[in-house]
Design a protein around this ligand. Structure first.
Ligand code: T46
Length: 134
């Protein structure tokens, strides 16, 4: 399976502008239990640096851009999130880092579970051990 998996959000546009609908289990491939967004990010400051044991997410930059690094313990790839019509699917047991946020970036994240700090793996060595035991 590809490490980088995009989810397309077709814009429903007309002469007034564009609209994107995000539907649980349809445009988004899991039931959405939580939505959060990152904004007011500080230039030069990176975020993330963790993996999740169970959580699946789709991240979409609704405005601005950032660079997302994904790492499954064997492969490390990076992509730019810079379109409100393209979401990045981030599976469980994938290390993620977010870099180079533009000052206007709003990163919307759709999550398959409620917030649970015990689902986070925040140490890279622990993540690699977890991947091997999976
Ligand atoms: C992820 C990337 C893309 C909550 O209380 N509830 C929440 O739903 C979330 C997401 C965070 N928090 C608290 C936990 C921390 O005290 O908000 C604070 C900042 O969270 P964190 O340092 O984990 O933020 P990021 O930007 O490093 O990571 C976040 C998500 O936590 C993570 O799941 O995949 O965005």
């Amino acid at each position: 399976m590809n490490l980088i998996q995009w989810v397309d959000f077709p814009p429903l546009g007309d002469e007034r502008g564009s609209l994107v609908a995000l539907e649980s289990g349809k445009t988004v491939p899991f039931p959405i239990e939580r939505v959060y967004y990152l904004f007011g990010t500080v230039l030069g400051v990176a975020r993330g640096f963790h993996a999740h044991k169970k959580l699946q997410q789709v991240a979409v930059c609704v405005t601005g851009s950032c660079r997302m690094v994904l790492d499954d313990g064997e492969r490390r790839e990076e992509v730019w999130l810079n379109s409100p019509t393209k979401g990045l699917l981030i599976g469980n047991m994938v290390w993620r880092e977010m870099h180079d946020f533009t000052s206007n970036c709003v990163l919307l994240v759709l999550a398959s579970e409620h917030y649970d700090e015990t689902d986070y793996i925040r140490n890279y060595e622990d993540f690699l051990k977890g991947v091997k035991n999976d």
